[in-house]
Design a protein around this ligand. Structure first.
Ligand SMILES: [Zn+2]
Length: 427
């Protein structure tokens, strides 16, 4: 299915104009077209014109009501079998008619299926061009490192923009010479791949030439961001996108903003001092499936207002997913430790750690993987990490936790996260 370049251009202009509006104005403006879709969606029939009174939604309720929640009459079973087949064959071009089916990788074992129609793809491409790649009359080349070729990018190859796909299934060093030959102005990849590329530039003593670096797909850790910016000599921008949609982008001043000109963002606070929240989204541009009052399980910290001119909410950081919060039973009470505290406990314990993973594998067992700058001090560093984590757990009255170490392993196919709760996943 080919998307229309003319439509992309029209959506691009429309999004360029809407970005500066406040969310309430835009929601009002998009309401009529959205109401038409609500009418076509069995689940929301009775909610037309009752804005804001939608029932609470999340991925599991969404999946339970899949057949009633899409405006296209697509059955969950059919969509699921197609999505699973694409995962197995790694051919992600599966379609039902002009609709693509995508599977979300839920860490909770709770997978979601999301449908995208032609119009939604055109809007997405326009939004990426407007908010991520940026417009320029200069000819530019974009290298994107992904796990599967997204032919949407290539469909907008034009006189001004040339895209090239690098498959992250192949070892990154094998791509290095080709990347130098292509010499793109824009580099798009997940943080772990960006780090490998930066290390290659350092090891081979080559001068980086990128004008723009964009981190996608995984949480960009602050220490990784600093390292990348040091090597590349450029700011690293972020795209916050999940199967539920393209949620936030980095502005001209470097802040990550929610795309509130088509998303209504509400906050479900997770802690007493309201520093963390789950975003509750209502997406006014999605038409294949309705996403209304939908709670994501990403843990977001809100940042201070930005002076770039955009009125939208600033994300200070994405801490991780609530599925990965460590949960322990202490005297019949549940004690929850947020990923940031685990991260900090590891990072402050030694300067020798370049990357790590802390995984809760059993109710009282944690496995740690360390990537070290210097292998000589391995045992010493492991002890420091163990002490630091034990101290953190004791602060929460969590006692007798077994902490074991294993080799640091990371496959580019897995979504990398430093703090993971695998125990809950297997429940
Ligand atoms: Zn800004």
């Amino acid at each position: 299915m080919k998307i229309s370049k003319l439509k992309v251009l029209l959506y691009f202009i429309s999004l360029r104009l809407s970005r500066r509006f406040s969310s309430t104005k835009v929601v009002f403006w998009r309401k009529n077209s959205w109401n038409r879709i609500l009418k076509k969606t069995p689940f929301y029939h009775s909610y037309v014109d009752k804005q804001g009174a939608f029932p609470k939604m999340n991925k599991s309720i969404f999946m339970e009501n899949f057949d009633q929640l899409n405006s296209l009459g697509i059955q969950k079973e059919r969509a699921f079998s197609l999505a699973l087949k694409s995962e197995e064959t790694r051919d992600f071009s599966s379609n039902i008619g002009s609709i693509s089916v995508g599977l979300s990788s839920g860490t909770s074992g709770n997978k979601g299926i999301f449908l995208t129609g032609k119009r939604e793809k055109e809007i997405w491409v326009a939004a990426i061009l407007d908010r991520v790649i940026g417009f320029s009359f200069r000819k530019r080349k974009v290298a994107f490192f992904l796990r599967a070729n997204n032919n949407l990018y290539e469909s907008v190859n034009s006189k001004l923009l040339t895209f090239r796909f690098f498959d992250i299934l192949d070892p990154i060093p094998e791509h290095f010479e080709k990347l130098l030959d292509f010499s793109p102005q824009i580099l798009v990849a997940q943080p772990s791949v960006l780090v490998s590329i930066a290390q290659l530039f350092e090891a081979k003593k080559r001068k980086p030439f990128f004008k723009k670096i964009i981190s996608v797909a995984e949480v960009l850790e602050q220490d990784q961001k600093e390292y990348l910016e040091g090597v590349f000599g450029k700011r690293v921008d972020q795209v916050y996108q999940c199967t539920e949609g393209f949620l936030a982008h980095t502005c001209s001043k470097g802040s990550l903003h929610f795309n509130e000109d088509w998303l209504k963002i509400e906050k479900a606070y997770l802690d007493k001092n309201q520093s963390r929240f789950h975003p509750i989204i209502t997406d006014y541009l999605r038409t294949s499936q309705i996403l209304a009052n939908y709670e994501l399980n990403d843990i977001i910290h809100e940042g201070p207002k930005c002076n770039c001119g955009l009125k939208s909410t600033v994300i200070e950081k994405i801490e991780g997913r609530s599925d990965d919060v460590f949960s322990f039973a202490v005297k019949e009470n549940e004690v929850r430790i947020f990923p940031d505290f685990i991260r900090r406990a590891v990072l402050i314990s030694s300067d020798d750690i370049s990357n790590f993973k802390v995984v809760l594998v059993e109710p009282k067992k944690v496995v740690v993987e360390l990537e070290l700058k210097d292998q000589d001090g391995k045992l010493k560093t492991q002890n420091l990490v163990k002490n630091s984590l034990t101290k953190l757990f004791l602060k929460y009255n969590v006692e007798e936790i077994i902490i074991e170490f294993r080799e640091f392993k990371h496959s580019p196919l897995d979504k990398f996260t430093r703090v993971k709760n695998e125990y809950q996943k297997t429940l």
